[in-house]
Design a protein around this ligand. Structure first.
Ligand code: S3P
Length: 750
């Protein structure tokens, strides 16, 4: 985080006199950092141990020391209490009469409700100038001699201000911590204690307890002598300060007891599974835990899945020109991958999936089902084995289901979860949090669902369980496969018949796959119907390559002289082939070879060769059939001769980005003029594409479309914010470079 303007060398310090009560590792390190960065004009220390105070001055940790806490706080505009949590109350009582009128009082304790209680008991109320804090930093070393100015660098500091707190004081305290290099978050004190009980206090308790148990075994020497690295890593925290941890557990009693109870119940479950030879249960717990840990590592390493939480920036750099040659298979279909997990989980028996897309979006769906108690093995090279739990076998997840960037996951889940017995909350990343959910929430409410959305019908969605749904007859106002699928899934749980009519054909994977699982779905023209009371039977699903991912290469080959490329095993479901129809109408040379049916879906190999393209008026009936392919079709239009006109495509404005505007802006950066309309765009072909920097707005398909544009550009193209390419096409870079697109990837940030 950048250093605040109001602090640092050469500018006015944030505070005039900072008193630090307690010069241990944390108090000492904060004092040292504040002095070094000149965030306070003077830093005064107070501690029971005079030796530490003397050392503090000698080591340059503090400017001066005070003989008592009362003297330290007099005239101070910032007081930081850094004593053990159990000693907070007596320190507060001692300093209270001596605090100055405009003081900001904070602490650095590991538990926060205990500090709030201590403040209330001493002051008789909650003053708006008290802001509790907790830097999540530490070391196995303790004491002032271990204090370092960089202890908080890149660490989180949680502040738990009251709702009525003084906002200017909060801003100054935030700037102080940011000036020490920390990342500052705020949350309510009780939430802080729950989170820390689970993520820090319980692991410490287990480490202490495990080492203690093993140390008591008769062959303990052997146990420790032969301890492998894993044991050492796992128990490292058992050498932390016993007094401090004794304090923490007694201060955070309620939250810790709750999580210990959870853990001991789960541990007892594992014991019983081992005792009774219940391998299925062990596999379920272990694979769920492994997946959760991997998911967590991804969050920490900042992959696309959690772009809002990470600082990682992925930039594509493309050299102009290149060739398009080869024989490739793009990853599995995203829509079918989501549905294979959903229906496999709700089926009875085991479902084996091949060709599963291991992209962030479909992995989010997979993780969500694990969170609801479904055992899922894999994915392993596109192979997934789902141990279905039946339509009524899902369990309540313990936390909100995080669906990353995936609109499909959120909308389909809304329908599926509206009919469950338990409550759920669905959340997503920054882009998903802006997308409209009223289109599913409104008809679901008509069915009797109870769903709360954030303002403007946006996520998160809070879905109340235990509602009796009833079937409705619904005419969709927009052509959306997600809305249709959402209602059909809710229909599996609704009394009577659920009837959905679409204004134009949209992808029908839900209907086909339900039938593939043996669940009756009636389809007549634009209408699909389901009734509850049926069952799904597990089986095998072969997910073909995603035509939406193949589209980038269909255009790449079409616009590149000399190109000849074969794309294997591509799904050519008639509700998905708009891109083929549109490109062919523009003059593309695409042949469909080896047409066959695999698991209820038509599949073929597509051979595409360079051909001169011409602009067309895109038929509106093709729009829903090519809805995800327009970003790259716009690139085809730029390379075509004559004008291309798109109308009836307002849905493009509510995808992962406003794809009409973002494409127009990106093209403008490359010197290509377009005319944006409310529901489409007009592109005059034949305009040269120069070098430039394009902002993909975190939209995977925008990033990949401009990568294809480079084949015909005259200079280098830089595309920013590309991490989300991993949502649908994790190996895009590898395949693009394999065929001859000159793409390199740069990553920066944490
Ligand atoms: C999808 C439907 C489409 C599409 C999305 C996947 C699906 O969305 O854009 O990428 O799997 O059902 P809409 O239903 O909003 O058109």
């Amino acid at each position: 985080m950048a250093r605040p303007e109001s602090s640092g060398a050469g500018s006015a310090p944030l505070f005039q006199r900072m008193a630090v009560i307690g010069l241990g590792l944390i108090g000492g390190s904060l004092a040292r950092a504040v002095r070094e960065k000149r965030l306070a004009a003077r830093v005064i220390g107070a501690d029971q141990r005079t030796d530490d105070l003397r050392a503090g001055v000698e080591l340059g940790v503090i400017d001066e020391w005070a003989p008592s806490v009362a003297e330290a706080v007099q005239g101070a505009d910032l007081v930081v209490i850094a004593v053990p949590v159990r000693a907070m109350e007596s320190v507060l009582a001692e300093i209270q009469p001596h605090l100055s009128g405009d003081v900001l009082l904070t602490d650095v304790g590991s538990t926060k409700t205990s500090f709030v209680q201590a403040v209330e008991s001493v002051f008789g109320c909650w003053p708006d100038w008290v802001i509790p804090g907790h830097p999540i930093a530490g070391s196995e070393k303790s004491g002032i001699t271990a204090a370092t100015a960089d202890l908080f660098e890149k660490h989180k500091v949680i502040l738990t201000p009251s709702e009525q707190g003084d906002t200017s004081k909060l801003r100054r305290l935030t700037e102080l911590w940011a000036g020490c290099g920390a990342m500052v978050l705020t949350m309510p004190a009780d939430r802080h204690d729950e989170v820390l009980a689970a993520t820090s206090h319980l692991p410490h308790l287990i480490a202490f307890s495990l080492v203690d148990t093993l140390a008591g075994e008769s062959d303990n020497l052997d146990i420790f002598r032969y301890a492998a690295g894993g044991f050492r890593d796992f128990t490292r925290i058992a050498s932390s300060d016993p007094i401090m941890w004794h304090d923490i557990f007694l201060s955070n009693r309620e939250a810790v007891l709750k999580v210990i109870d959870h853990f001991t119940a789960d541990l007892a479950g594992l014991r019983e599974a081992i005792d009774t030879g219940d391998g299925r249960k062990l596999l379920q717990v272990f694979s769920r835990a492994k997946a959760a840990r991997d998911h967590f590592s991804k969050m920490l390493s900042g992959q696309a899945y959690v772009t809002t939480m990470s600082q990682k920036q992925v930039t594509f750099k493309l050299q102009p020109g290149g060739s398009v040659q080869g024989d490739i298979r793009v990853p599995g279909d995203k829509s079918m991958s989501h549905r294979s997990i959903m229906l496999g989980a709700l089926a009875e028996g085991v479902t084996e999936v091949d060709g599963f897309l291991e992209g962030e979006d479909s992995l989010a769906t997979l993780q969500a089902f694990r969170d609801m108690g479904v055992t899922i093995e894999g994915p392993d090279n596109g192979h997934v084995r789902i141990h279905g739990v039946g339509l009524h076998g899902l369990q309540a997840p313990r936390a909100p289901l995080y669906l990353g960037n995936s609109g499909t996951a959120m909308r389909l889940f809304a329908g599926l979860l509206a009919g469950q017995a338990f409550d759920t909350e669905l959340t997503g990343d920054e882009s998903l949090s802006k997308r409209p959910m009223g289109r599913v929430a409104d008809p679901l409410r008509e069915m009797g669902a109870v769903i709360e959305t954030a303002e403007g019908g946006r996520p998160p969605l809070k879905i109340r369980g235990g509602q009796a749904l009833k079937g409705i007859t619904y005419r969709m106002p927009m052509a959306s496969a997600q809305v249709k699928s959402c209602l059909l899934l809710a229909g599996l749980y609704a009394e009577g018949e659920t009837v959905v009519t679409e204004p134009a054909p949209t992808r029908d994977h839900t209907e086909r796959m339900l039938q593939g699982f043996g669940y009756p779905v009636t389809r007549e023209g634009a209408t699909a119907r389901v009734r509850s009371g049926g069952k799904l039977t597990g089986g095998h699903i072969d997910v073909p390559a995603d035509i939406s991912s193949a589209a980038f290469f269909l255009v790449a080959a079409s616009i590149t002289p000399g190109a000849d490329l074969t794309l294997r095993h591509v799904g050519i479901n008639p509700t998905r082939v708009g891109v083929l129809n549109i490109l062919r109408q523009m003059g593309a040379d695409i042949t469909v070879e080896n047409e066959r049916e695999v698991g209820g879906e038509p599949v073929a190999d597509l051979r595409v060769r360079h051909a001169p393209l011409k602009g067309i008026a895109i038929p509106e009936d093709q729009v829903p059939l090519a809805i995800d392919e327009f970003p790259v079709l716009f690139i085809a239009a730029v390379c075509a001769e004559g004008q291309t006109v798109l109308t009836g495509a307002e849905e493009l404005r509510v995808k992962e980005s406003d794809r009409i505007q973002v494409m127009a802006d990106g093209l403008a950066e490359l010197g290509v003029k377009t005319t944006v309309t409310g529901d489409g765009i007009v592109i005059d072909g034949g305009q040269p594409m120069a070098s430039g920097t394009v902002d993909s707005h975190g939209d995977h398909r925008i990033a990949m479309a401009f990568s294809v544009a480079a084949l015909r550009a005259t200079g280098e193209i830089t595309i920013t914010d590309c991490a989300n390419v991993a949502t649908s096409f994790p190996n895009f870079r590898e395949l693009a470079t394999a065929v001859g697109i000159q793409l390199s990837v740069e990553e920066s940030g944490s």
